[in-house]
Design a protein around this ligand. Structure first.
Ligand code: PMP
Length: 404
């Protein structure tokens, strides 16, 4: 049967797609599977090309491949899902167990699991903010934060990335009686730099603003110096864990699982359960994914994997800097190689893949127009041999395309 399209509809779709292609912003899905590598680590098959070095995964500690975690996950599979929202019939005891574990991990009273990190951000922001609120948001905040801000109907003030003077001016200009929410990230997802949380918390206190920190990329990677706060995220790393009103995070990065969560006070949890539409009107995270996250937590907090990851970060950062690439202020496992023009970034990514290295070109609207980049994300499973080879390939392609 042929789907009948009206001329108007077809013209609209064709012109939208043509516009994207003309601006080098057309996105194509690549076919990707990840396997254990022949010489350690993991490799990927990308669009039929095998044995590719994968520098694109958010599975920073490599836990999605961990046999012990996988075995526990598989053994827990008695059903695919509860097929219900939490408030109806989906509140499995494993969710509560996971929330207790995550609250302990982040040193908060409680936590609340969402189906994804995206929904956790939407849930928190739309519950706390309304048209009587002003949200002050870093210009590089993730799309889920931006969408939450827009959906809430609040007034939005965007401050220059990590710029404390601009933030101060912004917050000072808001009437003191108005409800204020300051929202930023721990590790920024497309730049890999770390938020200036100490000053942000000071300004929030001074101006009576609620703080919401999305630490999707810092969680289980960075942390404080005490045994209990090791790897519990950027707020602990910067010594301001208790100054944050609401932490949000993802289970699909450092933990190598799937899902999202918030960590905060008991009352915040109660309010979200009662008012967050992204919590109420969707199905609960399936039990086997809770078991997976529960099994991953102790492995993710041992420290051996972070040590390997930071050795990899140091190596790649040093080598790419020596080659002359522009890497912004990254201090984490996310290393953006800034290219600028969308077309060159795409070409760079294609040539890397032709030579055995998978790094996606990130373009507008994920980043600003003209600031396209190759977003490297390193994992503890990348072997030194792979990284050496990847850096050599970057240098070769960079010279060929006159980026360096
Ligand atoms: N916050 C940030 C900063 C992210 O980068 C992402 C996704 N990459 C999310 C939230 C959403 O997390 P999830 O994939 O669990 O929806």
């Amino acid at each position: 049967m042929v789907f009948k399209q009206t001329n108007n509809y077809r013209n609209f779709i064709e012109s939208e797609l043509a516009k994207l292609a003309k601006n080098n912003l057309y996105r194509r899905l690549k076919l990707i599977s990840v396997e254990k590598g022949r010489r350690g680590g993991t490799t990927a098959t990308v669009d039929g090309k095998d044995n590719i070095i994968n520098l694109c995964s958010n599975d920073y500690l490599g836990l999605s491949h961990n046999h012990k975690i996988l075995r526990k996950t598989i053994l827990s599979l008695k059903q695919i899902s509860q097929c219900s929202s939490r408030l109806i019939a989906g509140n499995d005891p494993t969710l509560i167990e996971l929330e207790e574990q995550l609250a302990e991990h982040r040193a908060t009273e409680t936590s609340l699991v969402y189906p994804t990190g995206y929904m956790a951000n939407l849930g928190v922001i739309t519950t706390l903010a309304d048209k009587f609120t002003t949200i002050i948001s870093d210009e590089l905040n993730h799309a889920s934060i931006i969408d939450g801000c827009r959906l809430s109907g609040a007034k939005i003030k965007v401050f220059r990335h990590n710029d404390m003077q601009d933030l101060e001016q912004s917050i000072q200009s808001i009437p003191s009686k108005r409800k204020k929410i300051l929202v930023t990230e721990g590790v920024f997802s497309m730049d890999g730099d770390i938020s200036n949380l100490q000053q942000i918390c000071n300004l929030a206190k001074e101006h009576n603003a609620i703080t919401v920190i999305d630490d999707a990329h810092g969680d289980f990677i960075f942390g404080g110096s005490s045994a209990s706060s090791r790897f519990s995220g950027v707020p602990s790393y910067l010594g301001v864990n208790n100054d944050i009103d609401i932490h949000t995070g993802s289970l699909s990065k450092g933990l190598g699982c799937f899902g999202g969560y918030i960590a905060s006070t008991r009352q915040t949890r109660e309010l979200l359960i009662n008012k967050s539409r992204q919590f109420i009107y969707t199905s609960a995270l399936p039990k086997h994914l809770c078991i997976s996250a529960l099994a991953a937590c102790p492995v993710a907090t041992k420290g051996n994997l972070q040590q390997k990851l930071f050795e990899n970060i140091e190596f790649v950062f040093r080598k790419l800097s020596q080659c002359g690439f522009k890497l912004n202020g990254s201090r984490s496992q996310i290393i953006p190689v800034i290219i600028g023009q969308e077309k060159i970034a795409l070409e760079f990514s294609n040539q890397l893949l032709d030579n055995g290295v998978f790094v996606q070109a990130v373009r507008y609207p994920t980043v600003k127009k003209g600031s396209a980049r190759l977003r490297i994300s390193l994992t503890a499973l990348n072997s030194k041999i792979q990284l050496r080879s990847a850096v050599d390939t970057f240098e070769m392609v960079g010279k060929k395309l006159k980026v360096i």
